[in-house]
Design a protein around this ligand. Structure first.
Ligand code: PAF
Length: 286
């Protein structure tokens, strides 16, 4: 495994790749866990060359304190990547990625209007800035993203297609702890008390999915808005958790639905504060 810190080191390493070898790319912000490793494993199964980037992208943090406290575990990350079969790890500095201020504003097709969008202004534009910059550098054939970031995945699919990137976006299922909590680098920041109650988020999503499936079959209430209210009150009934939003959306447009027959595919997405730590999760309802 080759570790590169600069663009020129990266270009040297990638120039050694034999012609015709497919490059799979896993962009990350480090603090790696088994969710990231599942992406690397999938990339290694699909491609001879697996590039992983570790870059905590400042332009996608709308809150400076969040950027400051984002966990950084570089040594451990590299050990995990070596074991998982990564070929090249790219760990650029901010100057390498943004030699000048990035002023690009992306067309996100309105997919940032709901969910995370209003709560994290500029976040998805920052994701588009860094992901396009990394795609331009790495030029992968496949790029891998987790379904935990459901909205991010939809937005990356949208702008990659719109900008004609010659690559496929591959989505991989959310990896969970044994108690159901979605794996996230932010879990490292939870206090023991908050870690204990955090699984209530996914438990509630699963209950909601059960209710929704039953109601799809029997055509009885509750409507999506009622179920959303129930999800919020159920999560908030745990005093250490506070729901920022819960939305039942069309999986393609990401717009909230008013009825179950409004869309072919429907997803329930939520963001919840466990103390100062903001956790997101989602589940397919239809
Ligand atoms: O999902 C993430 O970790 C980040 O948003 C990404 C895609 C690596 C861009 O910084």
């Amino acid at each position: 495994m080759t570790i590169c810190y600069t663009l020129s080191q990266f270009y040297d390493a990638i120039s050694l790749v034999p012609k015709g070898y497919e490059v799979g790319f896993v962009p990350t912000m480090g603090a790696l866990h088994q969710g990231h490793i599942s992406l690397v494993n999938r990339a290694a199964a699909d491609c001879k060359i697996v590039v992983v980037s570790i870059f905590v992208n400042p332009t996608q943090f709308n809150n400076p304190a969040d950027l400051e406290k984002y966990p950084r575990t570089l040594e451990n990350d590299c050990e995990m990547l070596e074991k998982a079969g990564a070929t090249i790890v790219f760990i650029p500095s901010i100057e390498e990625i943004y030699p000048q201020k990035d002023n690009r504003i992306f067309d996100l097709g309105g997919l940032d209007s709901n969910g995370e969008g209003p709560h994290r202004p500029g976040h998805f534009n920052g994701v588009a800035q860094v992901v396009t910059r990394l795609f331009d550098i790495v030029e992968p054939k496949f790029a891998y993203f987790g379904e935990k970031d459901f909205q991010q995945l939809a937005i990356i699919r949208y702008f990659s297609k719109k900008l004609n990137y010659p690559l496929s976006i591959v989505s991989c299922p959310t990896v969970r702890e044994s108690d159901g909590l979605a794996m996230s680098s932010r879990n490292l920041l939870l206090t023991p008390e908050h870690r204990k109650v955090a699984p209530a988020i996914y438990k509630t999503l699963k209950k909601a999915a059960k209710i929704a499936t039953a109601q799809n079959l029997s055509q009885i209430c509750p409507a999506p808005q009622e179920l959303t209210k129930w999800v919020i009150s159920e999560i908030n009934s745990e005093p250490l958790l506070k729901t920022e939003y819960a939305e039942i959306v069309d999986s393609i447009s990401l717009c909230p639905v008013k009825s179950w027959d409004e869309a072919d595919e429907i997803q329930l997405c939520t963001a919840v504060f466990a103390g100062a730590v903001r956790l997101i999760d989602n589940i397919k309802l239809k």
